[in-house]
Ligand binder design. Structure first.
Ligand code: SAH
Length: 393
């Protein structure tokens, strides 16, 4: 199948020959002048060799590659890629009686750049990050409902599509409707608000790290900072924490956390309390030694490379505040989900924070994103979640 064509400058085919899926606008020598945002294009090397097909886009990434041959991008193509993604999740054992929340499509990590799909029981929540995926949304939704157990597809791209593309996407069900807003993660129940919540409504990427936290929670006084839907809080309670305090600057997040605690624990339990407050303020005002297990899982401090320096200062300040006041013999779970900050830079920021407090700090675990957020080996940019578990004396 031949689409509108894009021809690269000499030598600019090299990264694509190594299967990296992005064509930057500066690499293009010539392109059909009829190409519009989201069109399917065929990319050629300078000498006319066909490289593959992809979605065009206006911006620094000009084409996101979907194939590295001449395979047509049609219904059968999407069915195949979605099936492959599903098969991989099945082998990870994520669709079980006690677990039905997982990421089914992780963009480049599933060879579908520009597309994210999270599954919550019978509902798939789909986000397009590229105009091409927006235009393909109906066949993708159809392909999703052909997978076992998925009956509803909610499309949520109002905030993920480039606004300059003027696509005016509407958040709504493409197939089905509201069946249940409850999802199961490792036997714990969560309300997921894909209609109004952040991203697809829940952060499935912390599933394994929450489970690890559970194992450290027994008898501890836990502070879950940046709690959002209270994922870490609920695991800490199940793990036998003495008390759990959840903090988020958003009153709505605090309500979601309270609801999820109530969904899993009896009203008379009484170990949990939540606070709608700014993290930095809360840490400034908290008493020394009040907690012996702290989780810091802030939003991405650097959304772009340009914000890197400020982000690193932010991570250092945040971690220093926690390290100054955490009780001796404590555990600190600290994360960064900024893609622009790499593992070493994050570790250096935490190191600087530790050095500032001069406490004895050891690294127990180095955490990352779970297997349902795979990293395409040819696209290292897909690695974004980093975490450290520290033992602080
Ligand atoms: N730990 C969560 C995800 C955190 S998302 C989970 O496991 O699901 C980041 C959260 O930080 C959001 O809920 C956001 O409301 C909150 N947040 C952002 N800035 C904040 C601040 N300055 N103080 C406290 N919370 C903040």
């Amino acid at each position: 199948m031949i689409y509108k064509s894009v021809t690269l400058k000499r030598g600019k085919e090299e990264s694509l020959q190594r299967l990296h899926p992005w064509v930057f606008s500066g690499a293009i020598a010539a392109a059909d002048d009829t190409i519009e945002e989201g069109d399917l294009v065929t990319v050629y090397a300078h000498d006319g060799t066909l490289i593959g097909n992809g979605h065009s886009q206006i911006g620094s990434i000009a084409v996101r590659m979907l194939t590295f041959d001449d395979t047509a991008i049609d219904e059968a193509f999407f069915e195949q890629r979605l099936n492959d993604a599903y098969k991989m999740r099945l082998s990870l054992g994520l669709q079980r009686e006690d677990n039905n929340a997982f990421r089914l499509v992780h963009g480049e990590g599933d060879f579908l750049p520009g597309l994210v799909v999270d599954v919550y029981g019978p509902t798939a929540v789909m986000q397009a990050h590229s105009p091409g995926m927006h235009f393909a949304r109906n066949i993708i939704a159809k392909g999703l409902t052909q997978l076992p157990g998925i009956r509803n597809v909610y499309y949520k791209s109002e905030t993920t599509l480039p606004y300059k593309a003027h696509l005016d996407p509407v958040n709504d069900y493409i197939i089905g409707g509201m069946e249940t807003d409850e999802a199961l993660e490792n036997g714990l129940r969560f309300h997921v608000d894909w209609l109004k919540g952040q991203k697809t409504g829940f952060f499935v990427d912390q599933r394994e790290n929450r489970r690890l936290l559970e194992q450290y929670s027994k008898g501890r006084k836990v502070l879950n900072m940046f709690c959002y839907t209270g994922g870490f809080s609920v695991y800490a309670l199940r793990g036998g924490a003495e008390l759990v305090h959840s903090v988020d600057s958003s009153a709505k997040a605090v309500r979601l956390t309270d609801d999820n605690v109530a969904l899993n624990f009896a009203p008379e339990d009484g170990r949990h309390q939540s606070f709608a407050e700014d993290a930095f303020k809360f840490l400034d005002n908290m008493e020394k030694d009040a907690y012996d297990l702290i989780i810091l899982d802030p939003p991405a401090f650097a959304k772009h490379k340009s914000a890197l320096r400020n982000a690193l200062v932010g991570y250092r300040r945040l971690n220093a505040k926690a390290l100054e006041k955490i009780a001796p013999g404590s555990i600190l779970f600290t994360f960064s989900c900024s893609q622009a900050v790499n593992k070493d830079q994050f570790r250096l920021a935490v190191f600087s924070a530790a050095a500032q407090t001069r406490r004895k700090v050891r690294i127990l675990h180095q955490l990352t994103q779970p297997a349902d957020h795979p990293i395409n080996i040819y696209h290292p940019e897909g690695e974004y979640l980093k975490g450290l578990v520290l033992y602080v004396e």
